[in-house]
Ligand binder design. Structure first.
Ligand SMILES: [Zn+2]
Length: 215
């Protein structure tokens, strides 16, 4: 059974969904730096307020702050599925050092792979209900922006940040930062690649089976 896992993957790869499904089944905390910060901010802790000065301006945390946030969280947790962390090789190296201090090691890194073209189709076909917040896929749910929300009859809309230009920028940034992280974990013998085009359920089954083993 694996207890310390990192999930990597592009937007629309279903990373968050898989992390929360696995977390629920195995009782492992599914965690991101953003989620830790929201908790700390709600408690009004100094680190929460410091991090808030970045999130409130739409900025990513500097490596040094992201590592302090994770370091503090690891003080009370020894099992995790990290989603969206590490974001840089510097953070990956720092995470290894933090875990080594606790005599714990990262056990596996899953890279959810989805070709850029498929990411574009999935992201640009996303419609969000302006009333209840439900998210639908034009292709999967056979629905268009003119249709009412199937759940509450509300008005459906495309997210404004889902433009092709914004998406291509996000993808370029993803590749720039993620490729070196993959190389780093591949060298450490931890990287496992999963093709997510097989669909959510098949990917879940694969991850579920692998997590139950030690190899
Ligand atoms: Zn709705």
């Amino acid at each position: 059974m694996k207890n310390r896992i990192v999930l990597l993957g592009p937007p629309a790869s279903g990373k968050g969904t898989q992390a929360s499904l696995l977390g629920a089944v195995f009782g492992i905390p599914h965690v991101s730096t953003g989620a830790i910060v929201r908790e700390e901010r709600a408690k009004g802790t100094p680190i929460g307020l410091e991090a808030d000065s970045y999130t409130s301006r739409g900025l990513l945390f500097p490596d040094e702050l992201a590592i302090r946030i994770v370091d503090q969280w690891l003080g009370t947790h020894s099992r995790f599925i990290f989603d969206g962390f590490p974001r840089t090789v510097g953070q990956a190296i720092a995470l290894d050092a933090l875990l080594e201090q606790k005599s714990l090691g990262l056990q596996t890194v899953y890279l959810l792979e989805l070709p850029d073209e498929e990411v574009r189709v999935r992201m640009l076909g996303r419609l969000t209900c302006s009333k209840c917040g439900a998210v639908f896929s034009e292709n999967f749910h056979k629905i268009s922006v003119e249709d009412p929300c199937p759940k509450c009859e509300g008005v459906l809309a495309r997210r404004t940040d889902d433009t092709l230009e914004a998406l291509d920028q996000r993808l370029a940034q993803y590749h720039e930062f993620t490729q070196p992280i993959c190389d780093y974990y591949e060298k450490a013998g931890l990287l496992k690649k999963v093709d997510v085009r097989f669909g959510r359920d098949a990917v879940f089954q694969l991850l579920y089976n692998d997590l139950r083993t030690d190899e």
